[in-house]
Design a protein around this ligand. Sequence first.
Ligand code: G3P
Ligand code: CA
Length: 248
Amino acid sequence: MALKIPKIIGHRGACGYAPENTIESILTAAEMGVEWVELDVMLTRDNVPVIFHDDTLDRTTNGFGNIADTTWADLQQLEAGSWFGESFAGAKIPSLEDALDVIIQKNLGLNLEIKPTPGREKETAEVALDVLSRIWDDHSRLLISSFQLVSLETAQEMAPDWYRGLLLWHDDLPPNWADIADYLDVVSVNISQQLATREMVEDIIDMEKAVMVYTVNDAQEARKLRGWGVDTVFTDVPDVIREAMFHV
Ligand code: G3P
Ligand code: CA
């Protein structure tokens, strides 16, 4: 089953319009007609995979401290919407399982980014993939991505047939990134907008891998990247980019 590569992926849901990585954000992305959403998965202290981006709770919840030191029971007491806007007061940090239920119900594809807990790197991928393997059926609309080698190696071992994407960031680009992409047998190379030169895009196309660029919130930039052959853009504002690329 080939990967059905989407043109637009809603970043952390639709995090320009709703608090990132919440059910509210996934629902907002669905309302905007995106085909897929991107979400980050991390582990709680008691090994529950949850949808969250930062190492600490401070920026996006009314809690504080490391998420890796917090139990699932304690996380559920927190509120993850007010920082974004009072109309989102009461939003929660979802478990991976809760998020998958909504994504499946809304018929969305998923790019799950594994953010490994320091010291429990392999375990993060194992636990997340275990939940996915129980719930997710349609592997033509699932991409597992990570900046971390161990996450993608674990995915390759546990679920060799699932599609993987290598994330690259401009501030920490391994010089041998192309060898790493080949070694991990990824289907896509997901690069930051700062890395997305015409030359880099063409290099990835020559490797016969899909090119995905994050995070593109500007209509003109999205059209330019599309013109260069970029397959997919991650965006916080799916309605803006959808209009720019498809005039719908
Ligand atoms: O997967 C693309 C993008 O989400 C990677 O960066 O920091 O937003 O997780 P970040
Ligand atoms: Ca991410």
